[in-house]
Design a protein around this ligand. Sequence first.
Ligand code: ZN
Ligand code: ZN
Length: 874
Amino acid sequence: MDAYDPKQVEAKWQQWWEDHHTFEVDADLSGRDRKFYCLTMFPYPSGMLHVGHGRNYIIGDVVTRYKMMRGYEVLSPMGWDAFGLPAENAAIKKGVLPATWVQQNIAYMKSQFRRWGVGYDWRRDLNTSAPGYYKWTQWIFLVLYERGLAYQRKAPVNWCPSCQTGLANEEVVDGKCERCGTEAAKRDIPQWFFRITEYAQRLLDDLAELGEWPETVRTMQANWIGRSEGARVDFRLEDGTPLPVFTTRPDTLWGVTFMSLAAEHPVIHKLVVGTPQEKEVLDFCERCRLQSAAVRGDAEVEKEGVFTGAYCINPVNGERIPLWVANYALMEYGTGAVMAVPAHDQRDFEFAKKYGLPIRVVIQPVEPDAASSEPDAGASGDVRTCPAAPAAGSGAPAAGSGAPAPLRPEARQEAYVGPGIMVDSGPMTGTPSPSGIPDVIAYLDKEKMGARTVHYRLRDWLISRQRYWGAPIPVVHCPACGIVPVPVKDLPVELPPETAVEFPPKGESPLAKVASWVNVPCPACGRAARRETDTLAQWLCSCWYFLRYTLTDAEREPNSKPFDRKKVDYWMPVDQYIGGVEHAVLHLLYTRFICKVLYDAGHVGFNEPFKALFTQGMICKQSSITHKLEKMSKSKGNVVSPDAVIEEYGADTQRLYTLFVGPPQKDAEWQDDAVVGARRFLDRVWRLVAERQDLLAGAEPYAGKGADLGPAEKALWRKAHQTIRKVTDDIEHSWQFNTAVAAIMELANAAAEVPREKPAAPVLRLALESIARLLSPLVPHFAEELWVALGHQPSILAAGWPQFSDAACAEDVLEIPVQVNGKLRAHVTVPAGASEDEVRAAALASDLVKKHIGATQVRKVIYVPGRMLNIVAK
Ligand SMILES: [Zn+2]
Ligand SMILES: [Zn+2]
């Protein structure tokens, strides 16, 4: 056996797996019990994968290989999420056509996958920007369109001034464009939306089925959907025009002192045109509209507003309520009109303070002390409502004496949002709150002033982009027929040749300038019509790619359907999905939605696409620019190329280091000088086998029950079984690859210590073969080579996962801690399976225990079998 040479070993096995179609798998339609669909999120073909990306694919490969060794038929596909801005930006910057750029990058990245030794069924490869694929992405759009779930409307939308395109709410992070970091603005343009809001409740309810998803992701989705229960309250303008509001706090309705309108609210125009306030109000609205929702919704942003001069009527008490426009009121939430209760809402409170608006307390905190010092407050309802008036009467004596602050709102620095008793609230006065909220809703309902409603934070999904590199939205605008969907038989609507296109964004799709492409006859009436020039967000392409993988390229050949129902129902749902947590409310929510629509339309037989989800942490590295630990990125100067690491140490070393660097759920730091440690371990195992080849020749792996072994051999035999048990548990249940590696290292150390003598050969063979098999999912090339060196035929994947026996794992002797009067005083060593009497006798014979009992009498002995002996002595 030569010295370990990863270059030679890795090239050899990559070729072997390819030649033997090791990762090619076909649906066995006779039964599904051995199928396992392991899906790793596919990459954007942006050029080069770095070692941080590698974590995702390496983990996916460990799962794939582990499941194969356990006898599963594992579907492990890979493809390319190839539409979207980077390709188009590269075209603008470098003059490379997007399709060419994508092709070059795919070729390179595919070679990177090969060098990592990650196993995929490449017959299922797909590229979302290929017409054969996006034909069906367009078909999905039509499925939604036919079901009334896709619509176009002119609306203020998030707009990235740098990318020159509309953005979905999910793509605006902290007020900035998710892709380029530019502050997002608002723009009024016609855009296409998907009615994901119609699925809000189902998307929320079905989270309960996703028990194998991380709790954090489920919580993020639930928060994003943002269900809140409350009431619609029918305020009216003075001329009777309805002005409904949504509130989660109908119990504070009697405390409304003004109304905040979102700058986009359609009623504003009617209220101010021709009034002295017109210019001031409309200017203010214009300023607000230019700010993004995130900025306006930020609690820290200065509250600003302007009075419209108009009033509305509070239905519960007939009061005239002044109508303001406020920068923190958002059209996206509720109705765009917000009833303001400054005594019990912090933003309203700050706004009221700033503009001198009344603050009226209607929820009285329940505080026993306060109640006694203010006999006339509370349930009597005798509470002042005018904040401008200095505290008088009953309030005065209590000043500074710890009375409940809300009674003097003008002195307070904040709103009171806690529970209490409703006061000064007409017929509801004296009702406890918040449990009184349903009572108020019932009252509104009875008096026909409003109704119970459920409100969601989730908005419809903005799906159109004003860019070239995406699937064209398959509709035609006809002057006679209006919007006409392109018939399925005419799909795909292919992009015009790139050479005809001017890429630099001008705020409308570059497609609009390609007259030969835009002008088409109407599919319905044949008259001259225009194609829709917006393209679909690439998020839609990745909503169904895992369905397409269920067909091989040859099976897709006629391209008469997006997928085969039988095969989809065989492989789906995905058994294990692996990817980054940054997709929690983008990809993972969109995909669940599209899956439900396809289910409702009868195209698939399942309602949730991903049974289990694993989100790996990021690999970070000290940045040469910020000198902080940061996610790897070119701009931070901390990207590590796997090519260099593989060149120096080998792919298996990089894999092992990546798996050993920390718990895979957590972020971890990449340290260049620590990588060599992983290589040293592989060298050590290699020598362990190389130096024992003569000894092992002819020996079978030990399969006895241990009775015939000497002490050193027995210890190694036990260690081998214990290690198999631990590594199995670490991979199968807790995804602790790092501790699995540590356990294998310990076993290797133990094997090195056993004398190289003939009687030890069977146990040594058992230990070394176990090491090879346990390492196989982690460092596959290395393990394959070791397996052959141990005298076997390839492949180790077919050799299966090693088995352990509980009896072999059990120790011969146990160490039992002994407590005297609750304090740990000694340990006694007893044979495994010793009775309580034997343990007790051994403990009482111990000098340490005798010393602590001293002259006192043993009153009681409590034995927790195998764990602890407790002696009570007095
Ligand atoms: Zn942008
Ligand atoms: Zn027509």
